[in-house]
Design a protein around this ligand. Structure first.
Ligand code: AMP
Ligand code: MG
Length: 402
């Protein structure tokens, strides 16, 4: 077991024990929000054939070098038409957007630049070759159009459809158990005794797990009782691919997740050099990867973002730029001081916004790791390196939360 690791080593140590990556095929129209499991090669050229980008006239460019000029109308082509019309010198074929460009024509005059008189058209504007969309200019048959690991949104799904896919191979969401722990916890809405609080961490974790393309499986939270914990760990390790717990990982007498993992599990590391979020642990319970996240509400979310989300991303082979992610790493100018920490990377909550073409960040006052409101009121986290203070005006790394 390693005692105290950097974020980078935590990510490296966890990625050895990855989630299963299983690919299943589902109908395209059910795939919104899923993650592509295998790269898709286009089954067609796009465009499939040279076609007009405008409603207008298919012509020979040199016929229209000087205008106005009269051309003889030799036919009409609508999108979907298949014709053997040939445009010759002195002629024009009426053409609609998306219709195949007839043989002989090398450019298009838009309809706004024309006037029909009997069986002739008077061209009043430029003939433009770039109004023809060339076969294969967007993608050619067999070329990869979508990379494995991309998140399928409307544009990606439309692309899959354009490439000819009725079904798509997607990653089967790994099942992640979510287990809250603590004697003080009460289900939101139930009656609170004076020393109790509403349980909130597992609700955040359900959202975070889903945003990362996994299936959250929320278990009833357990009190600080080692037998109950063991029982639920056993159940979760049978039913799920990974386990997240919240609470019970510090040095306290009642920090039983840590104790149980020490005595009966297999801890790979305990503590990460970050603030907030110091005491998390990672290990295996019956061979199933388990993250013991801290109980403090801000800490549990921060540790998920910095360590659990890269673990999921690496396990599932998400595309680095276009896969599911919870933040964008950016550089921001601090508008006020952000205190660092001697031996830890400091993730201060930030409010990031654009000001005069640069990203700037306010540093709100109340930065307690129990202050859930600070997560709601902010949209970013600083990444101050170990032992570094951020001063107003400094440009620092930050996570811009989605
Ligand atoms: P622990 O890590 O168990 O010592 O908990 C640290 C702090 O986080 C305590 O103030 C707990 O009451 C609080 N806490 C622990 N688990 C949760 C939870 N699931 N929801 C809300 N607060 C929690
Ligand atoms: Mg506790």
């Amino acid at each position: 077991m390693e005692m105290g690791v950097t974020i980078e080593s935590a990510i490296a140590l966890t990625s050895i024990h990855s989630l299963p990556r299983v690919v299943e095929t589902i109908p395209l129209n059910d795939a919104h929000g899923r993650i592509l499991g295998i790269s898709l090669h286009s089954k067609v050229d796009d465009p499939r054939f040279d076609n007009s980008a405008m409603d207008g006239w298919a012509v020979i460019e040199t016929d229209c070098n000087t205008y106005p000029v009269k051309l003889k109308i030799i036919g009409t082509l609508q999108a979907g038409d298949d014709s053997d019309v040939v445009v010759e010198k002195g002629t024009a074929c009426r053409i609609m957007t998306g219709a195949p460009v007839p043989n002989g024509a090398d450019s298009i005059v838009m309809v706004e630049d024309s006037e029909v008189v009997g069986d002739e058209v008077i061209i009043n504007g430029k003939a433009r070759p770039n109004f023809i969309r060339i076969k294969g200019e967007n993608i050619t048959e067999n070329e990869i159009g979508l990379n494995s690991g991309v998140l399928l949104g409307p544009a990606q799904l439309a692309m899959a459809a354009m490439m000819g896919y009725a079904d798509v191979p997607v990653i089967k969401p790994p099942k992640i158990a979510i287990i809250g722990t603590g004697d003080e916890l009460v289900e939101p809405g139930d009656i609170l005794e004076p020393s109790q609080i509403y349980e909130s961490n597992t609700t955040a974790l359900v959202g975070l797990v889903s945003s990362m393309g996994c299936e959250p499986v929320k278990y009833p939270f357990v009190s600080d009782d080692i037998d109950q914990l063991r029982e639920i760990f056993n159940q979760a390790s049978l039913e799920c691919d990974g386990i997240l717990t919240s609470g019970g990982v510090s040095m306290g007498e009642w920090d039983l997740v840590r104790r149980l993992m020490e005595e009966e599990g297999d801890i790979k590391f305990w503590r990460i050099f970050i603030k907030p979020g110091g005491p998390p642990l990672f290990g295996l319970w019956n061979g199933t990867p388990l993250f013991g996240l801290p109980g403090n509400p801000v800490s549990s979310q921060v540790v998920f973002m910095t360590v659990v989300s890269p673990w999921i991303s690496n396990s599932c082979g998400f595309d680095k730029s276009n896969g599911p992610k919870l933040f964008e790493k950016v550089r921001v100018k601090l508008l006020s001081d952000a205190k660092g920490t001697k031996k830890k990377v400091t993730l201060r909550r930030l409010n990031i916004f654009w000001q005069n073409d640069e990203l700037v960040a306010e540093v709100p006052d109340n930065q307690g790791s129990g202050n859930l409101r600070s997560m709601v009121d902010c949209n970013g986290l600083s990444l101050l390196p170990i032992g570094v203070n951020g001063n107003a005006g400094d440009i620092v790394d930050a996570l811009w939360l989605k």
